[in-house]
Write a protein that binds this ligand. Structure first.
Ligand code: FAD
Length: 432
């Protein structure tokens, strides 16, 4: 009988916790990947993330071929396809790695129940984080809402055990050697207009990580690791990266803990994906002005650091973290637009879009999230530029017309916007 291993956001063989468990328990382990139509049907037909996954799947499939096995790749609805495969091949066990997004939890629950009726087990492993959902909690068992004590507890709990590599290679001969299925073409899914793009390289950049504390806030430098897309899709192992980070740079290590923190928050508070974490913030009366919102989306606000960030995002699918904070704050505070609009725009555009970190980042900027900056601390986009891009290097790269007559005038005046937002927030939060 076959055992299935279902790849989802863990697109690698090396140090893959769920794959290791599947292989260790027995023979004929068949790896599977599904291009999920529930997700694909909602995406534009030139979505770069689909191309990233597709290229990765081809590489993954070639790696399985080297071991004399193959990856079965399907296009469809996993809640139907997985039970169908189980029936067709008399599968008794399906393995995967856990995913903490609300929609994934629903999907997995449904599949779990369907497989129970077929006398097949369905088991998930922790793979994409170091500590998941309820592993780092307060002494009373409740989740932390503040990052610093969470991080302290996280570090206390960390031992070498949690960073150990799963030696998948030791059991690799337990892969199924049977039928090879051809990988469907991207065109078969309707994704034909995708331009090939160079994605951030898959490597651990030791020198960048070493200097991270000095370079991370300067958007014109190559000062961050650019590994977010690989962490998103699991082409890199978080354990391996965390090990290097622990040995090399505490500041970088802490950023990986933020990632665990937001995944944990989303697990406990799935509603926070579209509701303010602090409920009173949902009383804020947001503005909506299509012209202003479009100016923000397209990088035409007249605030050059904001515009450079939005243009970087639109052109590359990436934006530097410091600038994500600046543009998010600008939308919520200067334009007084609902953080959910910005969150959704980022979700469409970011190559590294990750629901937990994105919602976390946006609610932080709006002031409504766990451990967010106090609402009255309002980023001044001009002083942010003076501090983090004093020579306009980043700005000139993305906004070539900056400084010419073609560059727009500011769409809002800073002082006026600051007063407006303070008043509006105060009204909602009753803090007069
Ligand atoms: P590095 O600076 O090299 O950091 C290393 C890794 O640490 C990152 O790859 C990421 O996995 C993690 N990390 C770093 N900063 C954060 C953070 N603040 N929160 C959580 N994890 C972090 N990150 C995403 O991965 N997906 C998102 O959708 C996302 N949306 C964001 C939205 C807003 C409004 C803000 C302010 C931040 C968002 N971030 C998001 C966090 C951060 O901006 C990116 O992780 C980072 O810019 C990715 O670039 P890098 O890989 O070079 O990061």
């Amino acid at each position: 009988n076959l055992t299935l291993f279902w790849h989802r956001r863990d697109l690698r063989i090396h140090d893959n916790a769920g794959l290791f468990k599947a292989l260790k328990q027995g023979k004929n382990v068949q790896p599977v990947f599904i291009f999920d139509t529930n997700i694909l049907n909602k995406l534009p037909k030139n979505d770069q993330r689909v191309l990233f996954i597709y290229q990765t799947i081809k590489e993954l499939s070639a790696s399985y071929n080297k071991y004399g096995s193959s990856l079965w790749v399907f296009h469809g609805n996993p809640t139907q396809l997985i039970p169908e495969l189980v029936k067709r091949h008399g599968v008794e066990k399906v393995f995967c790695n856990r995913d903490y997004e609300p929609a994934a939890i629903q999907r997995d629950k449904f599949i779990h129940e369907a497989l129970q009726n077929l006398n097949c087990s369905f088991s998930g492993s922790k793979d994409q984080v170091i500590f998941e959902k309820d592993e780092v909690v307060k002494p009373d068992g409740n989740p932390y809402h503040v990052f610093t004590p969470y991080m302290r507890r996280w570090k206390e709990k960390l031992t070498d055990f949690y960073l150990k590599t799963y030696p998948v290679e030791n059991y690799i001969s337990n892969l199924n050697k049977g039928t090879e299925l051809s990988i469907p073409d991207l065109e078969a899914f309707g994704f034909s207009d995708i331009q090939t793009q160079a994605f951030p390289p898959l490597r651990i950049p030791k020198s960048i990580i070493r200097d991270y504390h000095n370079t991370r806030d300067i958007p014109s430098l190559d000062g961050t690791s650019r590994l977010s897309v690989h962490l998103r899709f699991g082409t890199i192992s978080i354990r391996e990266l965390a090990k290097t980070a622990r040995e090399t740079n505490e500041k970088y290590f802490n950023e990986l803990i933020w990632r665990d923190f937001y995944q944990m928050i989303l697990f406990w508070y799935p509603k926070s994906m579209n509701h303010a974490f602090k409920a009173e913030y949902d009383r804020i009366e947001w503005e909506f002005d299509e012209v202003q919102f479009l100016a923000w989306c397209e990088g035409r606000t007249g605030y050059p650091l904001v515009d450079a960030g939005m243009r970087e995002l639109n052109e590359t699918g990436h934006m530097h973290n410091r600038i994500r904070m600046v543009v998010a704050s600008f939308l919520c505070k200067h334009l007084l637009h609902d953080w959910r609009l910005g969150e959704r725009y980022f979700a469409e555009k970011l190559l590294d879009f990750d629901l937990a970190s994105n919602v976390g980042g946006w609610q932080w900027a709006a002031g409504s999230g766990v451990d967010a900056a106090p609402y009255f601390r309002i980023f001044n986009p001009t002083s942010q530029q003076e501090k983090f891009d004093p020579e306009f290097e980043y700005i000139k790269k993305w906004v070539p017309e900056f400084g010419t007559a073609d560059y727009p005038k500011p769409i809002v005046e800073h002082k006026w916007a600051r007063e407006r937002v303070l008043e509006r927030y105060k009204k909602a939060l009753n803090t007069n």
